[in-house]
Design a protein around this ligand. Structure first.
Ligand code: S3P
Length: 431
């Protein structure tokens, strides 16, 4: 099993242009495929997860130009009814976004498709998506009442429903918004706690019948989506490892350029600032997605609390925030984050186990954790638990360890950030 060693202690110094945003890259491919005509995107994230979406669309007859190693992708969309029955199973690897968003699109197709994934994806709950899609009229089969992949979906004849997005999941919301494009009557989603809104922005830009009024999203049957050309912003969830690492380590100074600053994704900046971090950012482009620059200078931080309403704005950044909390002064409490237990791995458990192994004080709670900050951590052996964000978070911990951190099972990093190790080495300066 591949492993990586990070030799601490040290600090981060320099400039990072993070790789393209994963959530937006998936959506760019999906909207490109359903539009009529040529869509062209720059700074596409060529990671394993996004390539799974790309491969599934090709298997449904979509013409996609993308050369290996390139960040440019051109899609010849054949319109909202242009997908063809795949001749093979659609394998979606580790990617929850691929399987859940595709389920929404496939619910509107008149052919049958089988969606499968790796052991982690096959153990993640899908009823959150398949239940409402079945209510809309799709037929979906799979283990435990269509809760687990492999899933067989046959769509067609959908009708709109009204849905309360209680989990505040952007994947669930997006699947239903896609299905709503095919449904008779409005599909209405209530979202009391906002989650990332990339799908909504794409719907607006593509000219779909979509509106947002307060916390209520409505989409209606749309026969035509407009293609478009845009540059995908850098992924703040990937930059987060360097933002958090720099913020918590005195002596660090890092500038992050061309990074997405969509307010539904910047919760990490709010929380780090509350912990006393020296962070400035400014937006240089507003539409279709806010983008800009972040400047971070390291210092000793203090503990904080994170509650339910803030969780969707930083859900993917919680593992690295657990590292920051372990090194901050005082106590930190994370609650309302039970969703972390059904990510690529149970991230409350994976992070608590790893952090404890290197000397942190972490108590697992059913929906979060209680962390008492310690001055510094020791080196040691840790595990990725086949989860990219757990692995990268543990690399960040090495900035403030006495000794090296070994991380087992680092191949998973390629699902979201293939260049992580090289970017880490460029910014890392030993003490
Ligand atoms: C994502 C939504 C989030 C996030 C995931 C990507 C998306 O998942 O954790 O990494 O692209 O919509 P949930 O919708 O399950 O919270």
């Amino acid at each position: 099993m591949p492993q990586l060693t990070f030799d601490g202690p040290g600090y981060f110094s320099g400039t990072l242009v993070p790789p393209g945003d994963k959530s937006i890259s998936h959506r760019a491919l999906l909207f490109g495929a359903l539009s009529e005509g040529s869509s062209c995107y720059e700074n596409f994230l060529e990671s394993e997860d996004c390539l799974c979406t790309l491969d599934a669309l090709r298997a449904m007859g979509v013409s996609i130009e993308h050369a290996a190693g390139s960040r440019k992708v051109r899609i010849e969309g054949d319109g909202i009814h242009g997908l063809k029955a795949p001749a093979r199973e659609l394998y979606l690897g580790n990617s929850g976004t691929s399987i859940r968003l595709l389920l929404g699109i496939l619910a509107g197709q008149r052919f049958e498709a089988v969606l499968s994934g790796d052991p982690s994806l096959s153990s993640r709950p899908m009823r959150r998506v398949t239940d409402p899609l079945k209510k809309m009229g799709a037929r979906i089969e799979g283990k435990d009442n269509a809760n687990f992949a492999p899933l067989t979906v046959r769509g067609g004849e959908l009708r709109g429903i009204e849905f309360d997005n209680k989990l505040s999941s952007a994947q669930v919301k997006s699947a239903l918004l896609f299905a709503g494009l095919y449904a008779e009557g409005p599909t209405i989603i209530h979202e009391r706690v906002p989650s990332r809104d990339h799908t909504e922005r794409f719907l607006g830009a593509a000219g779909a019948f979509f509106k947002k009024e307060g916390t209520c999203l409505t989409v209606e049957k749309s026969d035509r989506l407009r293609p478009f050309q845009t540059k995908i912003p850098g992924d703040i969830s990937s930059a987060a490892f360097f933002i958090a690492g720099a913020a918590m380590t005195p002596g660090s100074e890092v500038i992050i350029r061309d990074v997405g600053l969509n307010p539904t994704r910047t919760g990490i900046l709010t929380v780090l600032s509350r912990m006393g971090a020296d962070i400035e950012f400014h937006v240089t482009q507003e539409v279709p997605e806010p983008l800009g620059e972040i400047h971070i200078r390291g210092k000793q931080l203090r503990g904080t609390g994170i509650e339910h309403a803030e969780i969707p704005l930083l859900i993917d950044e919680l593992p690295v925030l657990m590292v920051v909390m372990s090194l901050a002064d005082g106590e930190s409490l994370v609650s309302g984050a039970a969703e972390l237990r059904v990510k690529e791995t149970d991230r409350i458990r994976s992070m608590a186990q790893n952090l404890k192994a290197i000397g942190a004080s972490v108590k697992e709670l059913s929906d979060g954790c209680l962390i008492k900050g310690v001055g510094c951590l020791r080196g040691g052996k840790t595990e990725s638990f086949a989860d990219h964000r757990t692995a990268m978070s543990m690399a960040v911990a090495s900035l403030r360890t006495k000794g090296s951190i070994l991380i087992n099972g680092t191949e998973c990093i390629a699902t979201s950030y293939p260049g992580f190790e090289s970017d880490f080495k460029t910014l890392f300066k030993p003490l």
